[in-house]
Design a protein around this ligand. Structure first.
Ligand code: 6LW
Length: 550
């Protein structure tokens, strides 16, 4: 059996390709660095993370301010000895670019920006005659206004240039389809199939398909569209937002689909963001049937019979226990925005040391701006300053995170642990120097509220405790569905509660907007200036407690 989600936690817009017995899968990463995580499997059941496609600063210009900027949906394809990853960097002004590699583990090339390729969600298709094609999204003018559509063009991958005429291929299955996007072309039995997502990436998401006998012709929609959606299942069905998919053919001619979907917690809350799921596909009368006999994505699906059992050496970075004894961080750790020239963290003396930078974890510069993420992204370019944050995805409904902090803060300095969603939707356990010189731990929530189309940040202190000591101090966060509890300990074994069962439901994408899922992170800053001083974390652990905290 394959267990869904195959990539738990924030892993949206999956794209998959098969090369012989090996499957490779990439997902979107927005403003997190390194970008575009790449996964490998040989049986579609077990997955390992190979690394990241964009792991050099030159490949990922983006700022720390806009978590939902940066890298949108990637596509991975293989042709004739070369792997191609094509995607959009929104923080570069919506530029589409390709990187290539001979080995999916890397190194991947520098960016090749495709001039004249507008829109998001680029994909590549290699035809049998050796020609390659680009597809993406664009806007077209219609008699009754402009609408989004899927366009295509031949592309010369030696020159990394679009060639020939550019054509509108399809506008989606519905008469006025909302957000036709995420296109991929496949060829089967002489037909070109164009599969896309429609309905927007939240509850109304869906997968639709069309076909044509020429690659850049006018595609005709399938009468049975959508071929997959969960929007008709209502908001009680525990897997929702199903859409943005990619297909892969197995060696025996059977097919599977990977797609994004979100798991719900405590009602209709999507704190984990959009995750990667998988489902079997059959073909009937020349069209795909997804999850035959069931019509919806389930928690398990049959394992492909033609693939030999396989166990990866490393697997996915799901749980973390770090004493920071090694020289480098595990693959699960991400920072926000381009790393720049000056490292803001170091691993030294068996500690992770975060520099006290002036940028706060709450990007106050976004307070009062448009609530529309697409209007905000262009306001912040491709980077500059940093925020001192390192985090990993929240991948489980219930978890416990702990860190040991060795830090003697001066008045305007702080460090802590956070669960962070889009921009200013976050809960923090923050350590500062109190008025009387004691150490003070506070649990703080920052939430975005929208008024008249603008977003405003509201910050609330949920609880505080003080201790007459200079550290070290242990921090603990327990997440139980939408509730988060915060504790500190200055004596071994004794936990003091700072805030219990704080409401985290506002962090779900259904209210917080944007495209991210929750991260559990460590951070440090100084209110007044960048300082050449570090907050040291001696250990960090993130543990799945789904079986325990129920
Ligand atoms: C992505 C678009 C989408 O580019 O959301 O779900 C956007 N689909 O295809 C960001 O992930």
């Amino acid at each position: 059996m394959i267990q869904n989600p195959i990539l738990p936690g924030f892993h949206p817009d999956p794209s998959i390709c098969r090369v012989g017995d090996d499957f490779y899968l990439v997902t979107s990463s927005f403003s997190f660095f390194p970008g575009v995580p790449i996964f490998h499997s040989r049986d579609l059941v077990h997955w390992e993370q190979l690394g990241y496609v964009l792991d050099r600063k030159e490949q990922l210009p983006c700022g720390y301010e806009m978590l939902s900027g940066g890298i949108f949906a990637p596509t991975i394809r293989y042709n004739n000895g070369t792997y191609y990853m094509i995607t959009t960097n929104m923080s570069m002004g919506c530029k589409n670019f390709i990187v290539t590699a001979k080995d999916p583990k890397g190194p991947w090339s520098d960016m090749h920006v495709i001039e004249g390729a507008d829109g998001i969600d680029p994909s590549l298709f290699f035809d049998d005659d050796g020609k390659a094609y680009y597809t993406g999204t664009t806007r077209v003018d219609e008699a009754d206004g402009s609408c989004q559509a899927i366009w295509g063009s031949q592309i010369d991958l030696d020159e990394m240039k679009l060639v020939g005429e550019r054509r509108i291929l399809w506008k989606g299955a519905l008469a006025h389809a909302y957000a036709p996007e995420g296109p991929h072309i496949y060829k089967k039995d002489g037909w070109y199939y164009l599969m896309i997502a429609e309905g927007g990436t939240e509850h109304m998401h869906s997968v639709t398909i069309s076909r044509c006998d020429t690659v850049l012709g006018a595609y005709e929609g399938y009468l049975g569209n959508p071929i997959l959606t969960h929007r008709h299942l209502g908001k009680m069905y525990p897997i929702c937002n199903v859409g943005h998919a990619d297909l892969v053919e197995l060696p025996d001619g059977s097919w599977y689909m990977v797609m994004l979907a979100s798991r719900l917690m405590d009602g209709y809350h999507k704190i984990l963001g959009r995750e990667t799921f998988i489902a079997p596909v059959t073909w009937e009368d020349g069209w795909p049937v997804v999850c035959p006999g069931e019509g919806k994505v389930s928690w398990t699906c049959p394992q492909p019979e033609c693939l030999a059992p396989w166990q990866p050496e490393t697997g996915l970075p799901l749980e973390t226990r770090e004493d920071f004894d090694g020289g480098r961080l595990g693959l699960e750790w991400n920072e926000i925005g381009n790393p720049g020239d000056e490292p803001f963290y170091k691993i030294e003396d068996s500690c992770l040391k975060l520099k006290l930078l002036k940028n706060e974890l709450v990007p106050w510069e976004l307070d009062g701006l448009s609530a529309n993420v697409f209007e905000r992204i262009p306001m912040f370019g491709s980077g500059g300053t940093k925020v001192s944050f390192l985090g990993r995805r929240q991948q489980h409904m219930c978890f416990e995170a702990q860190a040991e902090l060795v830090f003697d803060p001066e008045k305007e300095e702080c460090a802590g642990m956070t669960v962070l969603q889009n921009d200013a939707n976050q809960l923090r356990l923050e350590i500062r120097r109190g008025e009387e010189g004691q150490l003070k731990a506070s649990a703080i929530s920052t939430k975005t509220v929208v008024r008249e189309g603008k977003q405003y940040f509201e910050e609330t202190v949920l609880g505080s405790v003080s201790a007459a000591c200079h550290g070290p101090v242990k921090l603990r966060m327990d997440g139980t569905y939408t509730k988060y509890s915060f504790y500190v300990s200055v004596k071994s074994g004794e936990w003091l509660s700072v805030a219990l069962d704080a409401d985290g439901s506002f962090m779900g994408s259904e209210t917080s907007g944007g495209f991210i899922g929750a991260y559990i992170g460590l951070y440090a800053y100084c209110d007044t200036q960048d300082k050449d001083k570090y907050a040291a974390f001696d250990s960090f652990s993130y543990t799945d407690k789904s079986e325990v905290f129920v």
